[in-house]
Design a protein around this ligand. Structure first.
Ligand code: SF4
Ligand code: SF4
Length: 96
């Protein structure tokens, strides 16, 4: 049984076969879900996003498993990004 990073719309689509391509997108922090400070980037205007490292992925991605290391505290945007949704399929098509 697979564990998704996100909500699931189409169970035939698995995050395990994807290398977390959506975790390369810019993720705005809109609400406080308890994301650890070391994973937050604050721009000159005070806006908060998930920090991305030089390889392009969110710093909270475990590079060996490609899973979210802060799942319980992941941002609202990540909770809303549904596995198997059109935006998921678009990212997979671009990033696989
Ligand atoms: S793009 Fe879709 S399948 Fe890939 S990690 Fe994100 S939600 Fe999962
Ligand atoms: S917080 Fe987790 S689910 Fe959201 S982009 Fe980072 S690794 Fe992916």
């Amino acid at each position: 049984m697979s564990i998704s990073l996100h909500n699931v719309i189409d169970p035939s689509i698995s995050c395990f076969s994807c290398k977390a391509v959506c975790c390369k997108l810019e993720v705005m922090l809109i609400t406080d879900t308890g994301v650890p400070k070391e994973h937050i980037k604050i721009d000159a205007w005070g806006a908060e996003t998930m920090l991305r490292l030089d390889d392009g992925w969110c710093s909270a991605v475990d590079r060996s498993t490609m899973m979210c290391t802060i799942y319980e505290n992941r941002p609202w945007v990540c909770r809303e990004f549904a596995t198997g949704s059109q935006e998921c399929l678009d990212e997979r098509r671009e990033g696989l």
